[in-house]
Design a protein. Structure first.
Length: 432
């Protein structure tokens, strides 16, 4: 197989639905062909699964490329970094024998998530009567809120000589906010101890990643930018307020890393062959019947971060086309096609009916989306086990017809098809 990084030096992998599309598997596969893997937004709310040699790894904060020996990894300024999760993840990777710290570069401008943020995340959810978002509880929203309100704590702050004073000042402000929740102040010592451990482990890895990434590109290094979450969880373009707090779409690359738009050569969108969502919010093609249960069981649709059952439903082509437009997707990787193996018939949503009107484009407004009745077309299933198929032309005819229909509806080539979690369960179609 030819190495597309020779032609497209900087490529982005991002999710086109509500997350969990299989980005981890794809990043791990493509990482074999490049020199660097870089995270640019989100935090430990992500759960990216990589499977090989009979083992499964779930990455939350560290780029999935860390599992490929020798590869350089970067955590950019757009990521919100929880030192507690970070230390746990590094420990678990090192206990598995991976060399991590010498290969990892962390932005001095990234914001930190402290126990305070996780407390507020959970307290806010608990205090909501109806509109719970169903967050991962990882402190993501409160940390990004602090960043935008210019009250955050950055990695450069805790690398400064007066870092302990800076934490005390930060905690004084935050403890006043905790009072609003009738919560006892959190001791400064807890935060100082945690940050002290983080400094001990990570100080040597903290750097100006914008400059590092830019220079690496100038030197011709091949890089893969690993998106977290998915297009419909984007703070601007997702199903607000049932979204995460970062830009999960292509814009997040530029603000979260400091590369400029001309530096991105190719965007690869990851699309699951059906739809899932974890957390609350409207989901027009959701199946609450036995078919939905079948997808959940066969697709092992349980959250990689929280273990929550994922809601499952039919493929929604309005979402696919929307994600192509917002992100400028050049090529699609279609994952989990094997999960549809047993279906007699398969439905594809091509639009929504609301009252007497039919909409063929995705609708962001949640109150409208909640009323949308999917308009479906139905295709025959293939009722054949595809897990051992090695070439695209050996797929059953109805499976190829399904893929090609999605490709037409999404107006973008599906270049790769995934038929299982393993590296080998991947079909590469002829690539231009
Ligand atoms: P991510 O957040 O986008 O990286 O996706 P997750 O790791 O949260 O969820 C995807 C799940 O599907 C993981 O358990 C993967 O191992 C698994 N997976 C990925 N690709 C395939 C596939 O083609 N078929 C099947 N059956 N499972 C897959
Ligand atoms: P990966 O990278 C799926 C969802 C949560 C919730 C909403 C807000 O593995 O695809 P947050 O904790 O971010 O404030 O939660 O976003 N969510 C995800 N859903 N995959 C993810 O990441 C997610 N990260 C956050 O379930 O609905
Ligand atoms: Mg995931």
């Amino acid at each position: 197989m030819k190495n597309l990084f020779d032609k497209y030096r900087t490529q982005v992998v991002l999710g086109m639905q509500w997350g969990d599309e299989g980005k981890g598997k794809v990043v791990d596969l493509l990482a074999e062909q490049c020199d660097m893997v870089i995270r640019y937004q989100g935090g430990a709310n992500a759960g990216h699964t990589v499977q090989f040699d009979g083992k499964q790894f779930i990455l939350h904060l560290v780029p999935s490329g860390i599992l490929r020996p020798g590869l350089t990894c970067v955590i950019g300024n757009g990521v919100v970094l929880d030192p507690e999760s970070f230390l746990e993840e590094i420990h678990s990777l090192e206990s598995e024998g991976f060399e991590v710290m010498p290969r990892l570069h962390i932005s001095h401008l990234a914001h930190l998530i402290l126990p305070f943020h996780k407390f507020i995340d959970k307290a806010k959810e608990a205090s909501k009567a109806g509109q719970k978002i169903g967050t991962t509880g990882r402190g993501i929203g409160p940390a990004y809120s602090d960043k935008i309100s210019r009250e955050g704590l950055r990695i450069c702050d805790i690398m400064a000589p007066d870092w302990q004073d800076r934490i005390r000042t930060f905690m004084a402000v935050k403890n006043r906010q905790l009072g609003l929740y009738d919560h006892e102040p959190l001791p400064d010592k807890e935060a100082i101890d945690l940050i002290g451990r983080f400094r001990g482990k990570a100080a040597g890895s903290v750097t100006d990643t914008r400059r590092f990434v830019y220079q690496s590109r100038q030197e011709g290094r091949r890089m893969l930018l690993e998106g977290a979450q998915g297009t419909l969880l984007d703070i601007d373009f997702g199903t607000y307020p049932y979204v995460t707090s970062s830009n999960t779409t292509i814009g997040g690359v530029f603000t979260g890393l400091g590369l400029n738009p001309r530096n991105v050569d190719r965007v690869i969108g990851i699309l699951k062959a059906y739809t899932t969502r974890v957390g609350n919010g409207p989901f027009p093609t959701e199946l609450t019947d036995d078919t939905g249960e079948h997808l959940r069981e066969k697709g092992h649709e349980f959250g990689a971060t929280t273990g929550r059952p994922r809601r499952c439903g039919w493929f929604d082509a309005t979402i696919g086309r929307y994600a192509v437009q917002v992100n400028g997707v050049d090529a699609i990787v279609l994952t989990k096609l094997d999960v549809l193996d047993n279906m007699e018939t398969i439905k594809i949503c091509t639009g929504y009916r609301i009252g007497d009107s039919v909409f063929t484009e995705f609708i962001n407004d949640c109150s409208m989306l909640a009323q949308a009745e999917p308009v479906y077309e139905t295709m025959p299933g293939w009722q054949t086990d595809t897990s051992d198929i090695k070439t695209y032309r050996d797929l059953p005819g109805p499976a190829r017809a399904y893929i090609e229909r999605l490709e037409t509806l999404c107006e973008t080539p599906i270049e790769t098809v995934s038929l299982g979690p393993a590296r080998s369960a991947t079909l590469w179609r002829a690539v231009a």
